[in-house]
Design a protein around this ligand. Structure first.
Ligand code: S3P
Length: 435
């Protein structure tokens, strides 16, 4: 599917974004390994979460989807009769590997060509330290992964990369291990797993960047509501900041501080917004965000310690930086090279086509803001976050932008284009097949 978009006039109105993808994965997994029933409302309908759901079904878990409610019947996992397909989803593969390493059976996990080239040594190493037996392609570096379940033991682990997926993998493995685990993070990453573990009656202690988890825990199923996905909301925030006369209200969006680094960045850029109705639901902060068009944003310098809390928003920050006053500098973001695409290369290559003044660096980029972007033929690299970021660039560029391979937005946000349409945004779809 290609999208043809031209410069648009104001975004106006009120929206809700669909349930958070990260939290939805975790709700499905925690529901499966807890005693009793878990009822999940406002779950993400993304393809990535569907990958987790299908893997869990193939592990013998009964999951029912009725209207807007997903019911998971917690149970012992069973040996899958086939390979588990994680699709494009790193979260599915890394979190499930933690769970499966402690089960008394054999399992194999694979994914699409992007996922099969993403690093798995970062989880294989700690899982082996725990006594797990797990193998990967190319000397234990890449999927497919083969796991022969073992009785695990807790570990003391200092993480080299700041990754919530790695942290969550170890926490989940510990739930099936003897003893206890201590994890140290280089920088704080999203803490949805820790919050949800407590919500499901589990025990976990967090002291600064250190996490302590007891092994062999019994969890209890719950009713859980998934807040709107802050990462999805960011595209509407960016669009409203950039398009003259815009003003929108995004309701019931997750405001977990380990996710909302983007708000701090746009605040430094001079962006105008307000947070309203802040409250806590199911152990996660949630609220509304009102955003206003901001005539000229200023360039911003982003530091390595900020990167984990804006990890998925950096391509979008590159779009904002491209039309801001002065320089935008991102460093310490090498992790972007091992996402669904090499996001440093993909966003730099595509924004250059739109005449952005952006220079690729090993661990980030340097952007000199220009007055306007030019429409161009750009490609998503089959990466949902690149597609959505380029769509925003297309909304403010002079002339026509053709966004090739835009169907990948459904990996995290199938409703993306419809939601923009609902706010009065105009664009054309050049191929109705939805591929
Ligand atoms: C995620 C963590 C992040 C993020 C990904 C989702 C999660 O990955 O980029 O989109 O749900 O834990 P890393 O933890 O590998 O940085």
């Amino acid at each position: 599917m290609d999208i043809i978009v031209e410069k648009n006039s104001r975004l106006k109105g009120e929206i809700e974004v669909p349930g958070d993808k990260s939290i939805s994965h975790r709700a499905l997994i925690f529901g499966s390994i807890s005693e009793g029933r878990t009822e999940i409302s406002n779950i993400s309908k993304s393809i990535d979460c569907l990958s987790t759901l299908n893997c869990l079904k193939n592990l013998g878990i009964k999951i029912e989807e009725k209207q807007d409610l997903v019911t998971v019947q917690g149970d012992e996992l069973k040996e899958p009769k086939n390979i588990l397909d994680c699709g494009n989803s790193g979260t599915t593969m890394r979190l499930l590997s933690g769970v499966l390493s402690g089960q008394p059976f054999y399992s194999v996990l694979t994914g699409d060509s992007s996922l099969r080239n993403r690093p798995m040594d970062r989880i294989i190493k700690p899982l082996k330290m725990m006594g797990g037996e797990i193998y990967g392609r190319e000397n234990n570096r890449f999927p497919p992964l083969t796991i022969i379940g073992k009785k695990l033991s807790g570990i003391n682990f200092k993480m080299e990369v700041a990754s919530a997926q790695v942290k969550s993998c170890i926490i989940l493995a510990t739930l099936f291990a003897n003893g206890y685990t201590r994890i140290e993070e280089p920088y704080q990453t999203r803490d949805h797993t820790e919050r949800m573990l407590k919500f499901f009656n589990g025990e976990i202690e967090i002291r600064e960047n250190k996490i302590f988890v007891i092994g062999n825990q019994k969890l209890k199923g719950r009713e859980i509501y998934i807040p709107g996905d802050f990462s999805s909301a960011c595209y509407f925030i960016a669009g409203s900041l950039l398009i003259p006369e815009s003003e929108i209200l995004i309701k019931n969006v997750g405001l977990n501080p380990t996710r909302t680094g983007f708000l701090k960045i746009i605040e430094r850029m001079g962006g105008k917004f307000e947070i309203l109705n802040k409250k806590e639901i199911c152990n996660e902060p949630i609220g509304d965000i009102r955003i206003y068009y901001t005539k000229k944003l200023n360039g911003v310098e982003i530091y390595p310690e900020e990167v984990p809390n804006i990890i998925d928003e950096i391509p979008l920050i590159a779009v904002l930086g491209s039309v801001s006053r002065g320089k935008t500098i991102v460093s310490g973001a090498k992790e972007l090279r091992v996402k669904e695409s090499d996001r440093i290369k993909s966003i730099t290559t595509e924004l250059k086509k739109m005449k952005a003044n952006i220079e690729e660096k090993e661990d980030g980029f340097i952007i000199e803001g220009v007055d306007r972007l030019d429409g161009a033929i750009v490609d998503s690299w089959d990466d949902h976050r690149i597609a959505m970021s380029l769509f925003i660039a297309g909304l403010i560029a002079d002339g026509k932008t053709v966004l090739k391979n835009a169907g990948c937005v459904k990996i995290s946000f199938p409703e993306f284009f419809d939601k923009f349409k609902g706010l009065g945004v105009y664009f054309e779809i050049s191929d109705q097949k939805g591929e």
